[in-house]
Design a protein around this ligand. Structure first.
Ligand SMILES: [Zn+2]
Length: 541
């Protein structure tokens, strides 16, 4: 008989929404050998079996972040962290952290930071070029806002980019001036003028960034992720970095690749070089293709059928492409065999994408089994949900957007549209697979904060946005495990704990199903992560 390599017992193990809870679980050869009562599992132990006593804790299937940016997250981890939750609540704190870097880096070296949110600063504004110059006269400094759509540069950085007070804003971007002088603020394509001058990372540095971010994800209970726009920063180099790691068996986490396929992306090049759907290299699997159709609701740029209520009364948001261009792109990538993973947030953008996917349907290339996805999918009508269900198109939402931006949605779009946003309950009831995700580094990767939002629909100030769209805790875990696996064609391998499936498991510090709901956000952490039956993370206490 086969003995277990590893046994979990002494707590509760959530095996899946339909499978429910068991007392104990045995692992052999990287797979779940059996689940059952303590006595049943005890019978499978031998001399070499390692036992993990849950001590009343709970274990769940390894979590899956179905839309995040692993490489970007890893790159950001090497830059100055300016995120509010790290304690950045004032400009003074930003300046202090930059000054610490200035003190240790040779003059002339770039100083990068990211994640600040001026709405979370006591001053309620961005830093200025003069303020950055005062701390760093001899280092080029460039920091970005949490959204990634706005950055601030100092004079040394502007000089390297040949930007003067007379430089006009490029099309589709902003180089801001106040009273005829540079303010330091750059937006959208205006940011590129500076970022193009920052020396690119080497392939080894890209690999190190992936490894760093993957280790961080494992420490939070994740065993699978999707990198949602591979090639967006460093083109084909990013694919090569991933491939090198994976082929050496050094990619620490299961990664579903989504290739950046905008017109300035690498879609056709990647296809020509063999990075096609169904390709697999170790932990690395292909293949989704990402195209952007609009902006964001927080930034007033998601494309809406009705105007925003904040700002310009005639603002309906922006489309990245005309209907004709978008439909051509969707049909093209669909026929090349890729899973479409299309960024669409506003209902007008969702309409453009939905009709485009519907138009791409043909006898030769049917859409039904392709599991195309709409990334974010924030604001949509009941009719659009029905059409998604009919065509088998899944939404990939970020519950954290409700937590972080829910109040901003009310301000930008009014109560009714805000409360109807990211309708998890309606999607689940329609039989869709809304796979929970973070879009990190746009928001925090913290899965417990995300799960908290799924079950409470509470924002960071405590208002409740669309209470009727709450999920149960079991459904929330299901959205973070099985739904993610489904969107990656992996639902028979990961996302549930059933004999024969991969032994991907997260042991949590508390019973997330029974603890006080506020504790989900404030107290629960991951204590241990198992991937392919191996303990890949253990919290040191
Ligand atoms: Zn994203």
């Amino acid at each position: 008989m086969e003995y277990a390599d590893l046994v979990l017992a002494g707590g509760r193990i959530f095996c899946g929404l339909n499978e429910g809870f068991v007392e104990a679980l045995a692992i052999a050869d990287g797979k779940v050998l059996a689940t059952g009562t303590t006595a049943e599992i005890e019978a499978l132990t031998g001399e070499k079996t390692r036992r993990v006593d849950l001590g009343g804790r709970v274990a769940v299937p390894g979590l899956n972040d179905a839309h995040m940016h692993l490489l970007m997250l890893g790159i950001g981890m090497n830059e100055i962290n300016l995120r509010p939750e790290s304690g950045v609540r004032s400009l003074e704190e930003i300046f202090k952290r930059i000054a610490q870097e200035v003190a240790v880096k040779p003059a002339g070296e770039w100083i990068r930071g990211g994640g600040y949110d001026h709405f979370e600063l006591s001053e309620q504004r961005h830093p200025t070029i003069e303020e950055l110059d005062a701390i760093a006269p001899d280092h080029p400094v460039y920091i970005t806002r949490t959204c990634g759509h706005v950055g601030i540069a100092n004079s040394a950085a502007m000089r390297l980019a040949n930007i003067t007070h007379d430089t006009p804003s490029p099309s589709g971007g902003l180089i801001e001036k106040r009273n005829g002088k540079l303010s330091g603020l750059l937006a959208e394509s205006g940011m590129r003028v500076v970022t193009d001058k920052i020396p690119p990372l080497s392939r080894d540095e890209l690999k190190a960034a992936i490894t760093r971010a993957a280790g961080f994800m494992l420490s939070q209970g994740f065993t699978s992720v999707m990198d949602a726009a591979v090639g967006m920063g460093y083109g084909m180099e990013e694919l090569h970095a991933y491939e090198e790691l994976a082929s050496a068996g050094e990619l620490p986490i299961r990664t579903w690749v989504c290739i950046y396929g905008n017109h300035d992306g690498i879609g056709d090049q990647a296809h020509a070089q063999g990075f096609r759907a169904k390709r697999q290299t170790g932990n690395l699997r292909y293949g989704a293709m990402k195209v952007f159709s609009d902006g964001s609701a927080g930034g007033l740029t998601a494309a809406m059928s009705e105007p925003y209520v904040a700002g310009d009364p005639n603002n309906f948001g922006i489309f990245c492409y005309s209907d004709a261009e978008m439909h051509k792109s969707l049909k093209h990538y669909h026929e090349l065999g890729y899973q479409l993973a299309i960024h669409a947030i506003g209902d007008a953008a969702i309409e453009q994408v939905l009709s485009g996917i519907e138009n791409a349907d043909s006898a030769e290339h049917p859409i039904k089994s392709r599991r195309h996805r709409i990334e974010h999918c924030g604001f949509l009508s009941d009719g659009q949900i029905e059409r998604m269900a009919k065509a088998g198109i899944d939404p990939v939402p970020q519950p954290m957007f409700i937590y972080e931006f829910g109040d901003l949605y009310v301000a930008n779009l009014g109560e009714k549209r805000a409360h109807a946003s990211y309708p998890m309950r309606k999607w689940v009831d329609a039989g869709l697979h809304p796979a929970a995700s973070s879009d990190a580094p746009v928001t925090s990767t913290n899965p417990f904060q995300n799960i908290y939002t799924l079950v409470t629909r509470k924002t960071k100030v405590g208002s409740v946005i669309g209470e009727d769209q709450c999920l149960t805790r079991e459904e929330a875990i299901h959205a973070y495990t099985h739904f993610g696996a489904y969107t990656q064609f992996a639902e028979n391998e990961t996302g549930r704990l059933v004999a024969g499936m991969a032994a991907d498991i997260a042991v949590l510090s508390k019973d997330i199903f029974t603890c006080d709901v506020e504790e989900i956000r404030s107290d629960v952490v991951c204590d241990m992560t198992v991937l392919d039956g191996k303990v890949v993370f253990e919290r040191q206490v």
